[in-house]
Design a protein around this ligand. Structure first.
Ligand code: CA
Length: 691
C-alpha cells in the first residue's frame, strides 16, 4: 500500500468517525431543536416549550398498533413528574429524591444512575412529594436541581459530579423540584418553599464552572439593608408590616423559559407568605403570583404581570409558560401563554408584558368574575377575599397546575390538563404567627365549622383534557375522564395528543377533534408528560408512570379513581409486544384493628383535626392514604411506639421526620386515638368482625 492510499484510508476512517460522532449539544443545536426530530433536548423540547414533535410514524392511522417496547422499574412508590430528555439514543430522567438515571433509549438498559443522597428528613419541608421534573443537557453535562437546594453538574457519559453549587440556604426550608434551564452558557434555577416562609429568587450559574453569575429576587428584603434593585424598591411599596421576617414567598418553583431572540428569561412566581391578604395587612405583594421577564445577561427585571394581585388563595403563577407567534387582530404578536392555577388562560405580549387577553378555561371559577379588558387585573367576586371562612374555586391545587401543556402548530390549539370545579374551605387564622418550624399558610388548622360539611355536598370536581384556542380564547374540544388529576401533555405531527392520568391510563387522542384512538393500562397513576423521540428510524413514546404529588398524598375524597403503585418508565413503539405485570400495591382487605379506643370521643375528634392538619399532607385526609403508608393498617408495635416515631424521629431515614418542634405528647396520643378509631370505623364499615 502506498503512503498516499494509507493516508486516504486513515482520512476516511477519521471522517466517518467524526460524522458519526454525536454533535456537541451547544447553543446553536438547542436553538435548532425544532428541526432535530429524533431528539428531545430540552424540557419543552424547544425553547418555545411547545412539546410538539414533528415525528409522525406513530399517527392517527397507525396508533392502534402502539405497544410497549420496554419498561424499567424505578424503585419508588412516589410521584414521578419528570420530562425525560433524549440526546442521540440516551434518555436522561429523574425519579424520587432527585435521583438521575441515564438509560439506553432503545432498550431501557441503565447506563448510569446518580443519587445525590438527599437527607430524607428534608421531606418535612417539601409540600408536595419528593419529586423532580427533570434535568437539563448542555455541552456534555447533565444539570440537576436537588430537593435539598443544590444545583449539580454531572459528566454526561458517566454521571460523575463535576461541580455542585448551593443554590439556596440549606438552613432555610428551600427546595428544588424544577428542571434547570440553559440560556446561552448559563444554567438558570429557581426554588420552592413559599408555603413555609422563604424569599423567592432565581439564580444563574456559569454552566462550565458553576460560578454564580447573578441572582434575581422576586420579593423585597429588609428595607433597612437596602434594596438590590429599583424593581425591588418599587415592589416594597406594595407590602405592609414586616414581611421580610417571614420571607415573603414568591418562589419560582416551576419552569423558567427563554427566548434567545429577545434574550429574555420568563418565569412565574408562587404565593406570598402567608396565604391570606389580611394576614399580610393588604397590598398587592409584588412580585408574587406574577409572570416576570428578566434580562438573561444580568437578571434585571424587563417587565412583570401580576396574575393574582394580593393573592389570597394560593394562586401560584408557576404553571408552565409557552411562547408562540400568533396572529391576533390581524397582527402577528410574540406572545407568552399560561393556563393559571386561578382558572384564567392568559395571553401576554412577551416583548412588553402587555395584557392581550384572559378567559376562564374551566367552569365554576368563583373567586373572580372576569379580568379587566385593558389591564388584565381580576375583578374579584365580593366576599371571596374577606377575612372569614369561605369556599372558593379553584382550590389551591388549581384549575391547572405544573403539568406541562402542549401546542400543535398544525391545529393552532394548546392542550392541557384542566380541573374544573375544585373547591376549598379557606378559613384564615386570626391567631397565626410566623413559626420557622412549620408551614405558614395562615390557614386555621382546627377550623371545624359548617363549611366543612357543605363542601361534601358541592358538585364534585372533574378532570378534562382541554384543547384551547388561544386566539379565540375558547375551547375547541374537551375530553372528560373519571378522575380529577390528569398528566402533562404531548402533541405530535401524527395529529395526536398523548396524556396519562391518575387512574393509570395513558391515552392518545386525535389532536383535531379529541376522539380517543388508543389507550394503555399503566398500572399506576400518571402525572408526568410523555415525550417522543426516534432511534435508528423507529419512533418511541416514553412516559414516567408514578402516582404522587401534593394532591395524591392528600388523597382528598372526590378525586375519582386513583392508582398508587410502583413507579417505572414506560416506552412504546409500533408493534411493541412487551408486557407489564405490575405487582399489587396497597391493601386489598379492610384494616384489622389491633388496639381499642381508650380516649374519649372529644379527644378522638381533636386527634382528627390534628391529623388532618399535620399528617394528612402525606398520609391522606381522614387517614385514608394514597402512595404513602396508610396508618389505619399500622401494627400494634407501630401504634404503641407512635411517640418514638412522631417525636423521636426513629423513621427519619425513611422520610418520616420528627414533629418534636410542633406537637406535644398529649397531641400525639390524640392522633394515635384517632388513627385507632379510623381503623375500627373502616373495619366496621367493611363488615369485619371487631376484635
Ligand atoms: Ca403555593
Amino acid at each position: 500500500m502506498s503512503q498516499a492510499s494509507a493516508w486516504a484510508i486513515l482520512l476516511s476512517v477519521f471522517l466517518s468517525v467524526s460524522c458519526n460522532r454525536p454533535q456537541t449539544l451547544d447553543e446553536s443545536r438547542l436553538r435548532g431543536a425544532a428541526q432535530d426530530s429524533a431528539n428531545w433536548l430540552m424540557y419543552g423540547r424547544t425553547y418555545d416549550d411547545h412539546r410538539f414533535s414533528p415525528l409522525s410514524q406513530i399517527n392517527e392511522q397507525t396508533v392502534a398498533k402502539l405497544g410497549l417496547a420496554w419498561s424499567r422499574e424505578l424503585s419508588t412508590t412516589r410521584g414521578l413528574e419528570a420530562t425525560p430528555l433524549v440526546e442521540d439514543g440516551v434518555l436522561y430522567t429523574t425519579g424520587s429524591w432527585s435521583v438521575v438515571d441515564a438509560l439506553d433509549a432503545k432498550t431501557g438498559d441503565v447506563r448510569w444512575t446518580y443519587d445525590p443522597k438527599v437527607a430524607r428528613e428534608r421531606a418535612y419541608f417539601i409540600c408536595c412529594d419528593v419529586v423532580n421534573r427533570g434535568v437539563a443537557l448542555y455541552r456534555g453535562k447533565v444539570y440537576l436541581g436537588t430537593l435539598d437546594g443544590r444545583l449539580i453538574a454531572l459528566e454526561g457519559r458517566s454521571g460523575t459530579p463535576v461541580w455542585s453549587a448551593a443554590a439556596s440556604d440549606s438552613t432555610k426550608p428551600y427546595s428544588i423540584t424544577s428542571a434547570p434551564r440553559i440560556a446561552k452558557g448559563l444554567v438558570i434555577i429557581g426554588n420552592a418553599g413559599a408555603e413555609y416562609g422563604v424569599r423567592g429568587y432565581i439564580s444563574a450559574y456559569d454552566a462550565e464552572s458553576g460560578k454564580l453569575s447573578w441572582r434575581c429576587y422576586t420579593v423585597p428584603g429588609d428595607p433597612a439593608q437596602g434594596f438590590e434593585s429599583k424593581a425591588l424598591k418599587d415592589a416594597a411599596k406594595t407590602w405592609t408590616g414586616e414581611w421580610w421576617k417571614v420571607g415573603g414567598g414568591g418562589t419560582p418553583w416551576e419552569g423558567i423559559v427563554y427566548d434567545p431572540t429577545l434574550d429574555l428569561l420568563y418565569f412565574g412566581t408562587g404565593n406570598p407568605t402567608a396565604w391570606y391578604r389580611a394576614l399580610r395587612r393588604g397590598g398587592d405583594s409584588l412580585y408574587t403570583a406574577s409572570i416576570l421577564a428578566v434580562h438573561r445577561s444580568n437578571g434585571q427585571l424587563a417587565w412583570y404581570f401580576q396574575t393574582t394581585p394580593g393573592d389570597n388563595w394560593d394562586f401560584d403563577a408557576t404553571q408552565p409558560l409557552m411562547q408562540a407567534d400568533l396572529t391576533i387582530g390581524g397582527r402577528v404578536r410574540k406572545v407568552i401563554m399560561q393556563a393559571n392555577k386561578n382558572g384564567f388562560f392568559y395571553v401576554l405580549d412577551r416583548e412588553t408584558g402587555k395584557f392581550i387577553s384572559g378567559t376562564p378555561f374551566v367552569s365554576g371559577v368563583t373567586w373572580a368574575t372576569r379580568l379587566d379588558r385593558e389591564t388584565g387585573r381580576p375583578i374579584e367576586s365580593p366576599g371571596y377575599a374577606d377575612f372569614r371562612p369561605v369556599i372558593a374555586s379553584p382550590s389551591p391545587d388549581g384549575a391547572h397546575n405544573w403539568n406541562p401543556m402542549a401546542f400543535s402548530p398544525a391545529t393552532g390549539l394548546v392542550y392541557l390538563a384542566a380541573k374544573a370545579g375544585t373547591q376549598f374551605v379557606h378559613a384564615p387564622d386570626a391567631k397565626w404567627k410566623y413559626n420557622p418550624d412549620r408551614t405558614n399558610l395562615g390557614l386555621d388548622p382546627l377550623y371545624d365549622g359548617p363549611l366543612n360539611a357543605r363542601l361534601a355536598w358541592l358538585p364534585a370536581a372533574k378532570g378534562e383534557l382541554v384543547a384551547w384556542d388561544p386566539v379565540k380564547q375558547q375551547a375547541a374540544w374537551r375530553a372528560n375522564y373519571p378522575t380529577v388529576e390528569g398528566g402533562g401533555v404531548l402533541a405530535t405531527a401524527g395529529n395526536l395528543v398523548f396524556q396519562g392520568r391518575a387512574d393509570g391510563w395513558l391515552a392518545a387522542y386525535r389532536a383535531s377533534d379529541g376522539t380517543r384512538l388508543w389507550r394503555f393500562d399503566a398500572g399506576t397513576g400518571i402525572i408526568a408528560p410523555p415525550v417522543t423521540y426516534s432511534v435508528d428510524g423507529t419512533q418511541y413514546v416514553s412516559v414516567m408512570a408514578g402516582w404522587g404529588g401534593g394532591a395524591a398524598l392528600f388523597n382528598a375524597p372526590g378525586s375519582g379513581p386513583v392508582r398508587p403503585g410502583y413507579g417505572r418508565i414506560l416506552t412504546f413503539k409500533l408493534g411493541g409486544t412487551a408486557t407489564l405485570n405490575p405487582p399489587a400495591f396497597g391493601h386489598q382487605e379492610p384494616p384489622t384493628p389491633v388496639l381499642s379506643v381508650s380516649a374519649s370521643p372529644r379527644v378522638v375528634h381533636e386527634g382528627g383535626l390534628l391529623f388532618n392538619t399535620h399528617c394528612a399532607g402525606c398520609h391522606g385526609i381522614n387517614a385514608v392514604a394514597g402512595p404513602l403508608p396508610d396508618l389505619r393498617y399500622s401494627n400494634r408495635d407501630t401504634l404503641e411506639r407512635i411517640e418514638d416515631t412522631v417525636l423521636g424521629g426513629n423513621r427519619a431515614s425513611l422520610g418520616m421526620p420528627s414533629f418534636q418542634k410542633i406537637l406535644n405528647p398529649i397531641e400525639v396520643r390524640a392522633i394515635q386515638a384517632y388513627i385507632v378509631s379510623r381503623a375500627r370505623e373502616s373495619a366496621k364499615a367493611a363488615g369485619n368482625q371487631l376484635k
